[in-house]
Design a protein around this ligand. Sequence first.
Ligand code: FES
Ligand SMILES: [Fe+2]
Length: 374
Amino acid sequence: MGTRDIAEPEGIRQARTLPAAWYSSPYHHERELLRVWSAQWVCIGDALDMPEPGSWRALTAGRAPVLLVRDRDGELRAFLNVCRHRASPLCEPGASASGAALTCPYHAWLYRLDGSLARAQGVGEPEGFDVADYSLKPVGLVTWRRWVFVHADATATAPDFGPLAVAIDAFDLEAMDIVLAESDERSFNWKVLVENYSENYHTPFVHPEIDNSNSHDYPMVGDGLVLYAWDRPLQPNDAAGRAMNELLPGEPGWEAVAMATTGQPYDRGSYLTVFPNLMLNVFPDAALAMWVEPLTVKRSVVHRRLYARKGADRAAVAANVAAHRLVHLQDVEICQRVQRSHDAGIDADGVLATVEERGVFWFHEQLRTLLAIP
Ligand code: FES
Ligand SMILES: [Fe+2]
């Protein structure tokens, strides 16, 4: 069987790039925070980043102030970081604390680690007031593989990432060690990075160090909340290579991709964009997770974790870390330059490459659907 054809997504030939205002207007940003970030499961970190038993940590997911609390029995919960009295945050974003209970810094209402209100000292006798009705408001929380997601709506159904999420089922990602953990504030709208991640068109020009020999192509399929791309070897020489060449994720035999052996960074990769904000590279011996957090319309924090298979060769791990750092900085540089054009309010009115930018098209389609913009 030869290399599979992947159907061209309908509408890509007519597609145009997004207007500058989508990357620079506070009004547009507010709309996105409401319709995208408050309406989706968004990645907030690796499971190992979560608080220890008896402690908590505050962060912002889109525009939702979130308090992650792990009780003493180890159960992790998420709440809105907003006191039920007069809305003081219980903990400053980015800060952590631990103890037997949470005390609001404003008027000292006291919450248990399960979010229930234990005491509202000095409140007197407001009519109809019952502490049982004043628990912290819950936020949806799930872990998929080793990444934690929250949803501003606690009643949201669990995420269904769609049929392509199985592409990395056979990889034992949970057993990998974190070998690099970095978070950096950058001068670009969050979408600029997701677009950059979701295409390989720029690779020969922005990352000349990556081996671009003609040994593989780079198909991309978007289905539901996952965009999947992979290094498809054109002349496979083992079971893993044959699976990547002949099959699509989920087809019988696909799991062989996890058995590939490779000696160099950025080889035999599976690349997933999980809408809206998680980007994953999965290799036989290593993985990378990157999730982006919008600070303002023009600034974002990029969190990265690089993983290595336990017992992986130290030199290979060091080579991976070095390759990743270089590639990431090259991407950041071009993304920050692109943002300058957006900041100047200049529309590129561009088209999308009909093969190489299918991932960008998929991403824009997700956004347009949620924003209800044709
Ligand atoms: S705002 Fe929290 S106790 Fe008043
Ligand atoms: Fe890149």
